[in-house]
Design a protein around this ligand. Structure first.
Ligand SMILES: NC(=O)c1ccc[n+]([C@@H]2O[C@H](COP(=O)([O-])OP(=O)(O)OC[C@H]3O[C@@H](n4cnc5c(N)ncnc54)[C@H](OP(=O)(O)O)[C@@H]3O)[C@@H](O)[C@H]2O)c1
Length: 194
C-alpha cells in the first residue's frame, strides 16, 4: 500500500522507503536483552515509574499509535496505567481486522501508512509509536521510524515479546542523549540514520 498523494518512493541506502514528512518516534520500555513483556503479555516486571513522563510526551505529540494486541493487553491488565487515561486527541489502534469494534475514544486504522495518513490530515507533526513489537517492526520494515527512545530497565527475563519482532530489516542510529533515571533505569534516545 502506498500513502495517498505520496506514492513516490525515494531511495535510501540502496532500498526503497515511503516519502512522508511525518516524524515517527518509537518509544519503548525494555529489558537489557530487548524484551517488552512476558510471553503472556505481562509487564509486571517493569516499574510504573516513567508512566507520567510517557503521558506528558504523548500529550506533547497529541497522539498515540499502538498495535491491537497492546491495546487489548494493557486495557485488560492495568486499571491506572491504561490508555483510556491518556488525554490526547488521537489514539490509534492498528489492526488488519476490518470487523473490529472501535473502542470509544479510539480510531482504528489498518496499516502504518493509514495511521500516518490519518494523522497528517488532522495536522499532527509527530507520530508517537508506542508498540508493541509486531507493530514496531511493521513501521521499521517500511523505513518509517525516525527516532528510537528506549528506557532500559535493569531486569532480565529470559523469554518474552521483543521490542522489535524478528523480521527482515536493519538500520543504523546516532545517539542523541543518555539520561540516568531512578531505579537504575537508563533513557537512550537515538536518531535513525537516513
Ligand atoms: N514495555 C513497553 O514499553 C511496551 C509497550 C507497548 C506494549 N507492550 C506490551 O507488548 C505486548 C504486545 O506487543 P506485540 O508485539 O505482541 O503486539 P502489538 O504489536 O501490540 O500488536 C500486534 C497486532 O497489531 C496489528 N498490526 C501490526 N502490524 C500491522 C500492520 N502492518 N497492519 C495492520 N495491523 C498490524 C495486528 O493486529 P490484528 O491481529 O488485530 O490484525 C497485530 O496482530 C503487550 O503485552 C503489551 O503489554 C510493552
Amino acid at each position: 500500500m502506498t500513502l495517498a498523494g505520496k506514492s513516490e518512493l525515494r531511495v535510501s541506502n540502496g532500498s526503497f522507503c515511503y516519502d512522508t514528512h511525518m516524524k515517527v518516534i518509537l518509544d519503548m520500555v525494555i529489558s537489557p536483552n530487548g524484551f517488552i513483556a512476558r510471553e503472556n503479555g505481562d509487564e509486571d516486571w517493569l516499574p510504573s515509574d516513567g508512566w507520567d513522563d510517557f503521558v506528558a510526551e504523548a500529550k506533547e505529540h497529541n497522539n498515540i499509535v499502538m498495535g491491537r494486541e497492546t491495546y487489548e493487553q494493557v486495557t485488560e491488565k492495568y486499571e491506572n496505567e491504561n490508555f483510556d487515561n491518556v488525554q490526547v486527541d488521537h489514539k490509534l489502534i492498528v489492526t488488519r481486522n476490518n470487523d473490529s469494534q472501535t473502542p470509544k475514544g479510539y480510531t482504528l486504522v489498518h496499516s502504518p501508512e493509514e495511521a500516518i495518513e490519518f494523522l497528517e490530515k488532522v495536522g499532527v507533526k509527530t507520530l508517537f509509536l508506542i508498540g508493541g513489537g509486531i507493530l514496531n517492526s511493521s513501521f521499521a520494515k517500511r523505513k518509517l521510524v525516525n527516532q528510537v527512545q528506549l528506557t532500559v530497565t535493569p531486569y532480565i527475563i529470559g523469554k518474552g515479546r521483543p521490542f522489535l519482532a524478528f523480521d527482515n530489516f536493519e538500520f543504523g542510529m546516532a545517539l542523541l542523549s543518555v539520561k540516568q533515571l531512578s531505579l537504575g533505569r537508563v533513557r537512550l534516545v537515538y536518531k535513525v540514520n537516513p
